[in-house]
Design a protein around this ligand. Structure first.
Ligand code: ZN
Length: 347
């Protein structure tokens, strides 16, 4: 695993709709070993490996979304405080106390903080109220005139990079959803590019855009590649934390392996095949089930492309999703890479 690349990916902002920097990083990293790389009009980044099987090659799509939740500036008030709206489902309860970066139209990076009225000054009944975004603001520390001169409406705002290793092999960071999935795709493509691992099938490794605002990039990439089989990789809810009901959400733990999803948006026969494959190869895995095509995942969108796509959906267990401190275990990432390489080689 190339941890240096992973850290760079986590450090490169990619708020939904504004993923170009991270998408370019992904393509620059993969390009040397690929048959071709390209970007479509949405900004989806494609790394392509031609298979060795000739004209009627099967087509594999391996996909993860490169966008992260974040914000855009909607208003700067006369005191120079900056107000934002959400791009994607940022957990509002986690915003106060955040450090953020405003990426300006001129290419500047302005660091700011999102504070809160001191608890001492808030009436007891007010303390119980949930947080609304229009009552929060970014404080850049700059004078009002300077803020107005440098910050424009629509500028992108991301949480400041904060990746840190904790425990033995766990990472805590903003944006693991779903850069950890893109990292899996990148490592799979690197492995498949090695001459003696080249497969008969054509393989597209895609970093897709705008998942957090309605799975928009996946619609286009599913249509464009028209795959025979697609594998979507995203984070999945780890339930090994207090106050998370296993009766409601199943039993998924960090460090116990890649999650194989058995949903209506996955192909049931192929899913059984890969469960068998994981067992045979000794790759640690866990199974989750959500008996509905949620519509909220790229798998659900890609499956409905053209005549329908035989879909597989894999997850990296993740705690504290959509907060600035998502936590994943790197051994689950290793398992995901191993399983996808096996799938592409054997199916
Ligand atoms: Zn995601």
């Amino acid at each position: 695993m190339d941890r240096v690349f992973f850290n760079k990916l986590l450090d490169t902002p990619s708020v939904s709709g504004f993923e170009a920097g991270a998408a370019n990083l992904y393509l620059d990293y993969l390009q040397p070993g690929m048959t071709a790389t390209s970007v479509d009009v949405m900004g989806n980044a494609y790394a392509y490996l031609k298979g060795t099987g000739g004209e009627n090659n099967k087509k594999f799509l391996i996909e993860a979304h490169i966008d992260e939740i974040g914000f855009q500036v909607i208003y700067v008030n006369d005191a120079g405080y900056v107000y934002v709206r959400r791009n994607g489902g940022v957990d509002l309860q986690c915003i106060p106390g955040s450090q953020v970066v405003i990426y300006t139209a001129a290419g500047e990076e302005i660091t700011g903080v999102i504070g809160k009225t001191p608890i001492h000054l808030v009436q007891p009944e007010e303390r119980k109220k949930t947080i609304e975004l229009d009552n929060l603001w970014i404080d850049t520390g700059l004078a009002p005139d300077e803020v107005k001169a440098r910050v424009s409406i629509g500028d992108v705002v991301a949480w400041k990079s904060n990746a840190v290793m904790i425990g033995n092999n766990r990472i805590a960071s903003k944006g693991l959803d779903d850069k950890i999935g893109v990292f899996v795709v990148s490592q799979v493509m690197k492995r498949l590019a090695i001459a003696d691992r080249r497969t008969a099938a054509d393989v597209w490794g895609v970093a897709s855009v705008q998942e957090e605002v309605g799975c928009r990039g996946a619609v286009v990439c599913g249509y464009k590649v028209a795959p025979d089989i697609a594998i979507s990789i995203d984070v999945d809810f780890a339930t090994d934390v207090p106050c998370c009901s296993k009766q409601k959400f199943g039993d998924i733990a960090l460090g116990k392996g890649v999650v194989v999803r058995r949903n209506l948006d996955t192909d049931s026969r192929l899913t059984s095949d890969i469960v068998r494959m994981a067992k045979d190869c000794g790759i640690p895995f866990q199974v989750s089930a959500c008996p509905m095509p949620t519509g909220g995942t790229n798998a659900a969108r890609i499956q409905l492309s053209r005549d329908g796509v035989r879909m597989l959906s894999l997850g990296i267990p993740c705690r504290y999703m959509h907060t600035p401190v998502e936590v994943c275990d790197m051994t689950d990432v290793e398992a995901a890479i191993d399983l996808v390489v096996q799938i592409v080689g054997k199916l």
